[in-house]
Design a protein around this ligand. Structure first.
Ligand SMILES: Cc1cc2nc3c(=O)[nH]c(=O)nc-3n(C[C@H](O)[C@H](O)[C@H](O)COP(=O)(O)OP(=O)(O)OC[C@H]3O[C@@H](n4cnc5c(N)ncnc54)[C@H](O)[C@@H]3O)c2cc1C
Length: 183
């Protein structure tokens, strides 16, 4: 499968960008297009070969795989900027049972890495941050004990985040050919 996504920067003049170094500011000031060729592991060379390959070799490999596809897609791959071509293994986390809260907690991919098939991993991480932040503010204000606040965040997060992992895995199975989540 080939993905193609033109990306327009929504707010390159944000104060969060202004405080970073010049290279970062240059990068986020440019709109760009993202193109990804993806395939199931069984049809790809071994990871050892893939991850040692130069960008030219990766592009050549993709051009061979898509030689009979629509000429527009072949042209798109020919236009790849070789400085940005890299291999990436996609893996998913697996939902786990609840645990007792402690003063160490987890947010984002550290607890719910998921297939990018639905494009909701970062959004789910931001939702974690918002909910955990609200819980910590409640604890700091004396409205609930700290471990209760952390446990409440973790309980809520496990609901929506593990649903997102399952939904992303199901979509990845359908459109990218990922293997199913265990049991
Ligand atoms: C191909 C692809 C497309 C995606 N598209 C989308 C999309 O369209 N929409 C969406 O919402 N999500 C998307 N995602 C998912 C999204 O990228 C992740 O869910 C998100 O980046 C997770 O954020 P995070 O902060 O939890 O983890 P990360 O972004 O992985 O950040 C963790 C950071 O910790 C650093 N780190 C690791 N170990 C250490 C250490 N020991 N010490 C110090 N620092 C350390 C890492 O360098 C990294 O900077 C996509 C993912 C992929 C792979």
């Amino acid at each position: 499968m080939i993905n193609f996504a033109p990306l327009k920067r929504s707010n390159p003049r944000s104060p969060l960008v202004a405080e970073r170094d010049e290279a970062f500011r240059d990068e986020v000031g440019n709109d760009f297009a993202l193109s990804i060729f993806s395939s199931v592991t069984a049809r790809l060379p071994a990871d050892s070969e893939l991850f040692a390959a130069h960008p030219e070799a990766l592009q050549r490999y993709v051009l061979e795989r898509i030689a009979s596809w629509h000429s527009g897609l072949v042209e798109l791959v020919r236009m790849w900027d070789l400085d940005s071509v890299q291999p990436l293994a996609l893996r998913t986390g697996v939902p786990i049972p609840s645990w007792a809260p402690t003063n160490v907690t987890v947010i984002g991919d550290a607890i719910h890495a998921m297939s990018p098939a639905l494009g909701i991993g970062a959004n789910t991480a931001l939702r974690d941050a918002q909910i955990l932040g609200t819980e910590l503010i409640a604890a700091a204000a004396g409205n609930k004990p700290l471990l209760t606040a952390i446990g409440d965040y973790e309980h809520t997060m496990r609901g929506y985040a593990f649903d997102a992992v399952r939904a992303s895995a199901a979509m990845g199975e359908r459109i990218i050919g990922h293997g199913p989540l265990p049991g």
